[in-house]
Design a protein. Structure first.
Length: 414
């Protein structure tokens, strides 16, 4: 046993010669008879930080952090009712990084430094400035349930984007909240979809106002099911064909498949060896569906999802896709390789990148739709050259030319 006394700050490192076993990813249990102790010494004193908003009111609940990165010291406190955060034994021989996280969405957080003279003075005042473009807050209150390990929450935006924000919740929560850009700034509304083994919830579209809190009260209800069998034009199952919701994001917990938050990231669900695919735990509403498979022309449906009900779409047949596209590459370097990226104009990538073999690339059996074509270096770099192409029944064969002379090359790794 050893005892450290005095008005100083110490960091103690225990270095066991042998680790007996791993107890978890964050905890090590070791049995050792002799270890090495390293004591890091730094002179320290009491420091009092006062935090207020620009209007003079105390920033109650703001999180304050002081960091000495060189010695891996960190002190954390919350601002109390009188606007103060008191730190004991703060080092006085070096400049510290100061971070203050505002709890009021109308005011900015703070990032700065405390000099040695600031710390030795023992007291300083920081005023948090008002936000020029304050975010709004969405708060979801859970009605009659608490979150569990399987609970996930997704926030969609309208106009809809496939890049909805997904949140995995800690167990035992009774509410969730987060900041979002205000609706008037981007003409955007938001919708919350919550999935849990106990049911599912989907809110109406709501606006987020600058500096205001939008409250959504979530009550779980039994989810609905949509299922189908996907076949080719010869009646054979299309393995790995996709059934996806095209006007929202698909959120479902699949414990049989291993679960985990990654299971929620799929925007669609793939068909099995028999061509069967099922979407489970869907909120009750009218949904738009897309069925697609590589080399096939996609089909689109609308389906009503009933609370706790099953909507069987039956057999869905996909015909061969008829689109053909030839892309010519100009301005390329002989010692470089390039890839073509096909995506929707909104940004959702439709296929894996295609490698150019020479100065042109021909693609066939493409679904008839609008594409955004982009080119980048195969080894990485920004895709800054693109063009849009429409493949339709009257124009199923198209060509495009892209000049890659101005594509920014990725920096070489050293």
């Amino acid at each position: 046993m050893f005892i450290l006394e005095g008005k100083s700050t110490y960091r103690v490192h225990l270095k066991p010669p042998e680790v007996a076993q791993w107890h978890s990813q964050t905890e090590v249990r070791a049995d050792f008879s002799v270890g090495q102790v390293t004591i890091v010494y730094a002179p320290a004193s009491r420091f009092e930080l006062h935090v207020q908003y620009e209007d003079g009111t105390p920033a109650i609940g703001a999180g304050c952090s002081l960091r000495d990165r060189a010695r891996s010291f960190e002190w954390r406190q919350l601002v109390t009712q009188d606007g103060s955060a008191v730190f004991e034994k703060v080092v006085t021989d070096t400049t510290l990084e100061l971070y203050i996280s505002s709890r009021n969405i109308r005011f900015e957080s703070y990032s700065g430094q405390l000099t040695i003279s600031d710390i030795q003075a023992g007291r300083t005042i920081v005023a948090l400035k008002a936000q020029k473009n304050p975010f709004g807050l969405i708060r979801v209150e859970f009605n009659g349930f608490k979150s569990s390990r399987e609970t996930s929450l997704l926030v969609e935006a309208d106009p809809w984007s496939p890049f909805a924000r997904l949140y995995s919740l800690m167990p035992g929560l009774t509410h969730w909240q987060n900041q979002f850009p205000p609706s008037p700034a981007r003409s955007t509304k938001y919708r919350v979809v919550l999935s849990d083994p106990g049911g599912v919830f989907s809110s109406d579209w709501v606006e987020v106002l600058p500096g205001e809190t939008t409250v959504i009260r979530a009550a779980l209800a039994p989810g609905g099911i949509v299922k189908a069998r996907i076949l080719d034009d010869k009646g054979q199952p299309l393995v790995n064909a996709v059934l996806r919701i095209s006007d929202g994001s698909y959120l479902v917990w699949d414990g049989a498949a291993g679960g985990g938050v990654d299971r929620y990231r799929d925007l669609g669900w793939t068909a099995d060896a028999g061509g069967y695919v099922t979407l489970r735990n869907l909120p009750a509403r009218n949904v738009k569906l897309e069925v697609e498979a590589e080399g096939k022309q996609p089909r689109f449906f609308e389906a009503q999802v009933a609370q706790g009900g099953v909507n069987d779409l039956g057999d869905i047949v996909l015909e061969d896709a008829l689109g053909e596209l030839e892309v010519e590459l100009r301005g390329g370097k002989a010692d470089r390789k390039y890839v073509l990226i096909l995506s929707q104009p909104g940004g959702l990538r439709l296929t894996a990148p295609k490698l150019f073999d020479g100065s042109s690339l021909r693609l066939s059996r493409l679904p008839l739709r609008r594409y955004r074509l982009g080119v980048a270096f195969a080894q990485g770099g920004s895709t800054i050259i693109w063009t849009d192409v429409d493949l339709s029944l009257g124009a199923s064969r198209q060509s495009a030319t892209l000049d890659v002379g101005t594509v920014t090359e990725a920096p070489k790794q050293r």
